[in-house]
Design a protein around this ligand. Structure first.
Ligand SMILES: NC(=O)c1ccc[n+]([C@@H]2O[C@H](COP(=O)([O-])OP(=O)(O)OC[C@H]3O[C@@H](n4cnc5c(N)ncnc54)[C@H](O)[C@@H]3O)[C@@H](O)[C@H]2O)c1
Length: 259
């Protein structure tokens, strides 16, 4: 154990796979109770099994982050099961179509925005309602810590138009939520992964291997990152070790954004 999250409760959206699964496992390994939220039931339950078999505590709640009622119920599950909410990793996302802008469909634009951007806004809304119920405004950042998953596509032109717009939007939401809720002692940050070896990237690589190779080649460390390497950053940002860190977007990208 590196960070002491004993007794804290964390929500992870997109917890059935990839980065979300590794963050959920890591939160639990640090002592937190974890609510694993995802549209995919099998994968979500596998994450819970993996946490429980390692001695941790977790609950799966089927959640579509585009559905306000489901997101409200997700937060309520944390309250009902574990007595409150201290930490959230708003991470569910999709890549969508990779075609140039003029060839993308309106349906793709809407779906990517709904999941990647509106989904994060809805999660923030209901998480902040719960976290601020305890905010005493003494500046010790002890009411809650939230990390939203953006991307290098939130900081640059990497990625398609809809994906990049949604991930730039996540950083905007992160900054505004920080300024609006700092007085209530909630910290809000974003993490911006580079190319990370997850099912999302494996699918892209199967469809267009040259493109993934090209992006990996633009990361000076010249390899894909692992989901564990993103989880390391997320858990740090949510821990008391990051008590003065709020309102920004942190690349974990093998150096991609340095170029
Ligand atoms: N893998 C990468 O290289 C990379 C890079 C930058 C950013 N990201 C971001 O990291 C996050 C996690 O991606 P990943 O690579 O682990 O992909 P992944 O496909 O392995 O995991 C994404 C998870 O989100 C879930 N999800 C999708 N739509 C949902 C919805 N409407 N409601 C709830 N859950 C939903 C999926 O079921 C899946 O379990 C995403 O936001 C992605 O955009 C990934």
């Amino acid at each position: 154990m590196t960070y002491n999250l004993d007794g804290k409760t964390a929500i992870v959206t997109g917890g059935a796979s990839g980065i979300g699964r590794k963050t959920a496992e890591r939160f639990a390994a640090e002592g937190a109770n974890v609510v694993v939220a995802d549209v995919v039931t099998d994968g979500g339950e596998e994450t819970v099994e993996s946490i429980e078999s390692a001695g941790g505590s977790a609950t799966f709640v089927e959640t579509d982050v585009t559905d306000p009622d489901a997101v409200e119920a997700m937060v309520q599950t944390a309250v009902d099961t574990y007595g409150g909410l201290d930490i959230a990793h708003n991470n569910a996302g999709i890549e969508g179509e990779n075609d140039p802008l003029a060839e993308q469909t309106e349906a793709n634009w809407k779906q990517v925005m709904d999941i990647n951007l509106t989904g994060v806004w809805l999660c923030l809304k209901y998480e902040l309602q719960e976290m601020t119920a305890n905010g005493d405004g003494d500046g010790d950042s002890d009411s809650g810590a939230i990390v939203n998953t953006s991307s290098i596509a939130g900081l640059s032109a990497a990625g398609s138009s809809a994906y990049a717009a949604s991930k730039h939007g996540v950083i905007g939401l992160t900054r505004v939520a920080t300024t609006e809720y700092a007085d209530a002692d909630v910290r809000v940050n974003a993490v911006c992964p580079g190319v990370i070896e997850t099912p999302m990237v494996e699918q892209s690589a199967a469809e267009n291997p040259e493109e993934i190779e090209q992006f990996v080649g633009m990361q000076p460390l010249n390899r894909m990152g692992s989901p564990e390497e993103i989880a390391n950053a997320v858990v740090w940002l949510c821990s008391d070790e990051a008590s003065f860190v709020t309102g920004n977007a942190y690349p974990v990208d093998g150096g991609f954004t340095a170029l």
